[in-house]
Design a protein around this ligand. Structure first.
Ligand SMILES: *Cc1c(COP(=O)(O)O)cnc(C)c1O
Length: 401
């Protein structure tokens, strides 16, 4: 039955934390016939793509691209440095950290979980204790998410590196930056990160399908000692190809590469620092609105401490009474799709339906953000959700500031 009451027509906003909104310039760049894959503009654009990605990650070292989603990039990174029986310390702040650990387990590694709970980053004390317990130096890699997109917790990567240095542990530090590339500052080389994993569909604004693995010399030495790495995952030919096809172990993901080229030009055209500042400002506006709503009602941010919050995604709790209803309302009545809660099971709400997420990564600006917040306000009104008043004004004040 047609819903004549709905105001969902017009351009929708997929405000989930990935895939993010794809800019028209990226879509246009992808809409073309395939060029020659052996010579010409396609192979010629590789240096530009590699350099553009490396400057976002903050590295002078190696960049590789896989035809894969984030899960594929996870496996690509681990397959180059882990052999059966190796030990891995997994810093977990949500289901994405746990998911990467599962990939390591399936490659035959023994994964030691360092569970940090759903709302806080790892502390140096907890990490130091876990590293000191490894008296025989068996841990070969420490894996962690910079931001875990399920909980929106951000780890302090510099602190993790410093803690490893204080203990004198020489494991590789491997970081999942899938939610942070193109949304907030990351400095692989300055922070002493050995391996970084990324993907195309979050802050980098391209459709899902490209996975990125960056590695330094220390990681390359570990790779060199590996007995074998499967041909497809091997990062050596991808990082230093003799022939163009080796960049991708076969046919290049042509249209994704054109999309990526356009996205990198947009990011570097705006300026990386400006892109990060925009994300920080938009995140602050969301938090300001949520603070006000939460003053008189059930809405609460999952991460209490500002300094521990992602600038790209915000995980919220509103209780199972309202969670699903709110997402349905904003989508069906206002054209805004909010993200579901992921892995946020609680005893009274095993499916975690009382949680939801706002994705605010990539190609978004003030009016889109105010549209999301305004649609939420309308949804709260329609569903009679108790809340504080003045949330939109609080968000507007941040944008005005
Ligand atoms: C989205 C995301 C992933 C998973 O990426 P897929 O492309 O769905 O495999 C992993 N880690 C983080 C931090 C993410 O945000």
């Amino acid at each position: 039955m047609t819903n004549f009451n709905s105001a969902a027509g017009g351009r929708g906003y997929l405000a989930i934390p990935g895939p993010s909104v794809i800019p028209d310039a990226v879509l246009r760049a992808m809409h073309r016939a395939a060029p020659n894959i052996y010579e010409g503009e396609l192979p010629d654009m590789m240096p530009e793509l590699r350099e553009g990605l490396k400057s976002i990650v903050g590295t002078k070292h190696n960049a590789t691209i896989y035809i894969a989603n984030g899960h594929g990039a996870w496996e690509a990174a681990l397959a180059n440095v882990l052999t059966e029986g190796d030990e891995v310390l997994g810093i977990f702040n949500g289901i994405f950290g746990v998911g990467w650990g599962e990939v390591a387990t399936r490659l035959g590694a023994q994964v030691q979980p360092l569970n940090c709970g759903p709302s806080t980053p790892v502390t140096s004390e907890a990490l130091e204790a876990a590293l000191r317990a490894d008296t025989e130096g068996k841990i070969k890699a420490v894996i962690c998410t910079h931001v875990d997109t399920s909980t929106s917790v951000r780890n302090d990567i510099e602190l993790i590196r410093k803690t490893m240095d204080v203990v004198g542990h020489d494991a590789l530090l491997m970081v999942d930056c899938i939610a942070t590339l193109g949304t907030e500052t990351f400095r692989m080389d300055d922070w002493g990160v050995d391996v970084v994993v990324g993907a195309s569909q979050k802050g980098l604004m391209v459709s899902p399908g490209l996975g990125f693995v960056f590695f330094n010399e220390k990681a390359a030495e570990v790779r060199a000692r590996m007995k074998r790495v499967s041909l497809y995952w091997d990062w050596i030919p991808r990082a230093a190809p003799q022939m163009f096809y080796q960049c991708f172990a076969g046919t290049a993901p042509i249209h994704h590469l054109y999309g990526l080229q356009a996205a990198l030009q947009m990011i570097h055209g705006e300026g990386l620092d400006a892109v990060h500042a925009r994300h920080a400002k938009l995140a602050s506006a969301i938090w300001a609105a949520c603070d006000v709503w939460g003053q008189k009602g059930p809405l609460a941010m999952n991460v209490a401490e500002r300094a521990h919050r992602s600038h790209a995604v915000t995980t919220l709790h509103i209780g199972k009474e309202y969670g699903v209803a709110l997402r349905r309302w904003t989508e069906q009545e206002a054209g805004v799709t909010l993200g579901i809660g992921l892995g946020m099971s609680t005893p009274d709400d095993p499916a975690g339906q009382g949680f939801f997420r706002i994705g605010h990564m990539g190609h978004i600006n003030g009016h889109m953000l105010m549209g999301v917040l305004g649609s939420m306000e309308a949804g709260f009104a329609a569903l009679n959700v108790p809340r504080g008043t003045g949330a939109l004004e609080a968000a507007a004040a941040i944008l005005a500031g």
